[in-house]
Design a binder for this molecule. Structure first.
Ligand SMILES: NC(=O)C1=CN([C@@H]2O[C@H](COP(=O)(O)OP(=O)(O)OC[C@H]3O[C@@H](n4cnc5c(N)ncnc54)[C@H](OP(=O)(O)O)[C@@H]3O)[C@@H](O)[C@H]2O)C=CC1
Ligand SMILES: O=C(O)C1=N[C@H](C(=O)O)C[C@H](O)C1
Length: 255
């Protein structure tokens, strides 16, 4: 049995994770962490009576859970994962928008404590494959731009997936791209790759990578139409994260 604490309930992803845990015999929801809730009665959230609703880091202790699943906010995630690592709990992080220096500090803390964990920019297989295909294409098409499209409530821009895609393209390309302009209309340059963010009602999570070369173009696109699509990736991460001994980035490390 893998005991799990979920941070980010009752958010959109947190609710999906709680539902998914209940469908797996090998997973048990032991606690919810959310300092913003005032009602700590699990019955108020239709949760089993033995699920603890925790609101303070002082309540996070070793033995509470094996795995900490985090779908919270860019502001909350780094301190949440610090608390998890300090309690010896393996983090599975979906929250986007974490600062690079926080990510490095958490990797150092995980290493010092010998606790493996995962930060996944995207748990959807379509997005994981898109990033891999984009890295492959970048070897032949150095000129690329990323367009990500999300729902209007998303707090961060560009998305974590778009940043990771841009970084993978920059790392994979062997030829220099054409110089880009500094014009803000030409996107934010992430590792030298222009990234454009769209926020519109009706959208969930979508990404296109456009490659151009003289006389031809290649477009790769993925669409997450329903947050349900992230759950098989989250389940794999929960099942396998305890096999890791460092903090790794990208679901592909566990597939
Ligand atoms: N990697 C991936 O595949 C995916 C990643 N995401 C990312 O997951 C994150 C959450 O997305 P989404 O569910 O749509 O967002 P929501 O805004 O719906 O949910 C965020 C939840 O976090 C809660 N929260 C705020 N601060 C804290 C804290 N300190 N500790 C614990 N909980 C806290 C909020 O509480 P309250 O309700 O009280 O405000 C809310 O319930 C985002 O960063 C998003 O980018 C989303 C989809 C897929
Ligand atoms: O906020 C979201 O919804 C999503 N966030 C992640 C990101 O920032 O890339 C993953 C997916 O795009 C959904």
């Amino acid at each position: 049995m893998i005991n799990v604490i979920v941070a980010g309930f009752p958010g959109a992803m947190g609710q999906k994770v709680v539902k998914m845990l209940a469908q797996h015999d090998d997973f048990k929801l032991t606690a919810i962490f959310n300092p913003l809730v005032t009602d700590t009665d699990p019955a108020s959230y239709q949760l089993a009576s033995d699920v603890q609703i925790l609101t303070d880091y002082a309540q996070i202790h070793p033995g509470l859970a094996d795995v900490w699943v985090d779908f919270t906010t860019p502001k909350a995630v780094a301190s949440n994962i610090t608390a998890a690592l300090n309690a010896g709990i393996h983090p599975v992080v979906g929250t986007s928008g974490m600062a690079a220096d926080d990510q490095q500090r958490l990797a150092a803390l995980a290493k010092a404590k010998h606790i493996g964990g995962l930060i996944a920019p995207n748990f959807g297989i379509s997005a994981v494959l898109l990033m891999q295909f984009a890295a492959q294409a970048a070897k032949y098409f150095p000129d690329a731009e990323v367009i990500e499209m999300h729902h209007e409530d998303k707090l961060d821009a560009p998305s974590g997936t778009a940043k990771a895609t841009a970084e993978m393209i920059a790392k994979a390309r062997v030829a220099q791209p054409q110089p880009t302009t500094d014009d803000p209309a030409h996107g934010e340059k992430i590792a030298g790759v222009p990234v454009h963010a769209v926020r519109l009602p009706g959208y969930v999570a979508h990404e296109q990578v456009l490659f151009g070369a003289p006389g031809e173009a290649l477009t790769i696109r993925q669409d997450s139409f329903d947050r349900e699509s992230f759950m098989s990736g989250v389940a794999v991460a929960i099942a396998k994260v305890q096999t890791l001994d460092t903090l790794v980035i990208g679901l592909e490390h566990l597939l």
